[in-house]
Design a protein around this ligand. Structure first.
Ligand code: NAD
Length: 339
């Protein structure tokens, strides 16, 4: 049994730096030994923050390094498939950020490659490692709220969309950008697969792009039926401006569970105008900081103890499938049935 897993981070952007910092200092038996990014600027910035280590501009070279046991893939989603296939063929264990790939066929290839080469493939749904989510899961399993009837999950981001996001055939809009987490949450708590989905949405905050991108939407609401009879509801939004908002409700036959709050800290300021002021949650990086650490730690544990990851390639594939079904429903303005 190997006691120390050497990790290479591939993709040193926003999410890549979160994982990199974790593996650099916070993960037991896992060590960051190399970083990879085609951008010299990104590599230099990462090196400055993390200290000097092996650097690669080409992932094909990185995955072949004998010193590396595992890779964490945090590149734009379009590159996930080719990097997963190369890493698996080189015998490296893989933690790949969500969404796993662009479509189900790509996911199938990635899952098959990991199986063939006997490496772990874990997908980056870090919410499953969040303490509150895990407590909620334990409460559901204890029967405390009876049988699950309805799971509602929302994710809303504060920032102005990047220009490429307006073309939803490339970005998927909020369904692709943020709601893949919510799909995974619903699958996890219902322990079932989606039977059908209905999505409605619209562009409420960026009217200036309406002419060029008539399909662009910044807000979406989805209703879902599960094969075991449970109900799901998801909403997603971009550019809400008031903060980062991710909350879940699980309604059972005899109780309910709420996960998440809109505020960042416990501090509340009362003013002479009769107002109570409470700082709003501003970023996913803050809200899920501990969840990322636990996710990264769990990846190392799965390698060391040769156990199945909590979030598998199949989980990644199902979320990709639901993103595409949700988008179809939105564009076709009708209920879409899963096979
Ligand atoms: N789990 C989450 O909540 C979460 C949050 C944010 C992003 N993500 C996912 O992480 C991935 C990256 O998103 P981001 O926001 O960090 O993007 P980003 O644009 O900030 O960073 C991507 C980095 O990848 C590099 N890159 C591009 N092609 C590469 C290649 N072939 N090999 C190596 N590096 C390459 C880029 O130069 C860039 O530095 C996406 O799949 C995204 O959906 C997940």
């Amino acid at each position: 049994m190997k006691k120390k897993i050497n990790v290479c981070l591939i993709g040193m952007g926003r999410a890549g730096m979160i994982h990199a910092k974790n593996f650099a200092t916070r993960i037991n038996h896992g060590t960051l030994v190399a970083i990879c990014d085609p951008s010299q600027e990104a590599l230099a910035a990462a090196e400055k923050e993390l200290g000097v280590m092996a650097t690669y501009t080409d992932y094909r070279e990185a995955v072949l390094a004998p010193t590396i046991d595992a890779v964490v893939i945090v590149t734009p989603t379009i590159y996930h498939k080719e990097i997963v296939l190369a890493a698996a063929a080189a015998g490296k264990h893989i933690l790949c950020e969500k969404p796993l790939a662009m479509n189900e066929a790509e996911c199938d290839e990635m899952i098959a490659a990991a199986k063939q080469h006997k490496v772990k493939l874990q997908v980056g749904f870090m919410r499953r490692f969040d303490e509150s989510f895990q407590q909620a899961k334990a409460i559901v399993e204890s029967g405390e709220i009876g049988d699950v009837v309805l799971v509602k999950s929302l994710t809303r981001g504060p920032s102005h969309p990047k220009p490429w996001m307006f073309d939803i055939r490339n970005s998927g809009g909020p369904i692709g950008e943020v709601n893949s987490h919510d799909f995974d949450t619903l699958r996890w708590f219902t322990e079932s697969e989606v039977a059908n989905i209905y999505a409605i949405g619209g562009n409420y905050r960026s009217p200036e792009v309406q002419a060029d991108y008539p399909d662009y939407y910044d807000t979406v609401s989805m209703n879902l039926s599960f094969k075991n009879g449970m109900i799901g509801a998801i909403d997603g939004a971009q550019y809400v401006q008031y903060g980062y908002d991710a909350r879940v409700e699980i309604l059972g036959t005899t109780g309910n569970i709420m996960i998440g709050e809109q505020h960042k800290q416990k501090i509340v300021t009362a003013t002479r105008n009769g107002q109570l002021i409470r700082p709003a949650m501003h970023s996913w990086t803050y809200l899920f900081e501990d969840a990322y650490i636990r996710e990264d730690q769990a990846f190392i544990e799965a390698i060391i103890h040769d156990t199945a990851p909590l979030v598998t390639g199949q989980d990644g594939k199902m979320a990709v499938k639901l993103v595409n079904l949700g988008l179809r429903s939105l564009l076709e303005k009708q209920v879409v049935y899963a096979e």
